[in-house]
Ligand binder design. Sequence first.
Ligand SMILES: Nc1ncnc2c1ncn2[C@@H]1O[C@H](COP(=O)(O)OP(=O)(O)O)[C@@H](O)[C@H]1O
Ligand SMILES: [Mg+2]
Length: 344
Amino acid sequence: MRAVIIGAGRGGTALLDVFHQIGTIEVVGIFDQNSSAPGLKRAQELNVPIYDRVADLLKSQGLHLVMDVTGDPSMESVLREQLPAGADLVSGQASRLLWTLVQHESTWQTELLHAEKLAGIGSFAAGIAHDMNNPLQLILGLAENLTDETDLDAVHLQAQDIIDAVKRTTAICRDLTSYSRRTSLRQDCLVGVNGKLDEALKIARYAVALQDIDIRKLYQPDVVVKGNPDELLHVFVNLITNAVQAMEHRGTLTLETSAMAGTIQVRVSDTGCGIPRELQSLIFEPFFTTKPPGKGTGLGLYNIKNVIHRMNGSIGVDSHIGRGSTFTLTFHDESGVGESATPS
Ligand SMILES: Nc1ncnc2c1ncn2[C@@H]1O[C@H](COP(=O)(O)OP(=O)(O)O)[C@@H](O)[C@H]1O
Ligand SMILES: [Mg+2]
């Protein structure tokens, strides 16, 4: 379906983002009277042509949909007059309804992401308890010694050991609070991918046993993507958790990053059970899981796909039964300058 968007304010920007995620809709152009409207910048990032005149935009070949989100009644009458044959106009109340649905959908996606995170925290409990218990036992032993230690130098040394142990427990709490925090949509910045993968490994350790897993890191230095750091962390934790669960805690986990010719890729591979071909298209559906209750929610890959699409990236899987799976995230470097999307 070929669509054009009139109005590049908040509504137009949101529509652009939603349409961009839907493979069957192609946005062939956008217009706004205000040349600094936020949606025009977004359009440029997405390579959607920007028009200076509505009349030119409506001349686009084979148009199916004209989306008017200006809320301006005079625009609506202009559009009605010039509407090409075969195209439908959505404006006024209908476009407001659409805008409400789009907002509803994005709130819903954020809530699902959060719900899944909280469900996941449950499986972290055992790992956290274990990791907290070690330093706590150490602190207890040291403190017991201190009660009848008379040598001042020894007291100082043991006090230092206690401080270090407390710092270790605090670090665990810090990792987990940042992970469980409710993330807000659209706080995008440049995120170092290698650092996020390392952070995700630390957090995944609480959920799945990593001690018998060989971890290979094939990082290209300084790989960055534009996105929300908390959401990206969540994506990586989920992919790593899935990979380790598929290996039943034994095998090789490979984390790979690369940036080449404006394309950034992140690959998470395992040597686990693999995914049957007929299930490969289902695993990204909400609530699809092959894990017993308590182990899986079926929301992991669904949320990952949403996050990656919001970042204008894509996710793919390559998997072979008994040999393992590779999940590949692909992003395009949008910081590339000198690429004008405006038609001449
Ligand atoms: N690395 C992997 N190896 C094998 N199967 C996988 C892998 N990642 C995901 N899957 C399959 O996809 C399903 C959905 O994954 P996900 O959305 O993360 O939900 P959950 O992990 O809660 O089941 C899993 O139940 C599993 O069958
Ligand atoms: Mg999962």
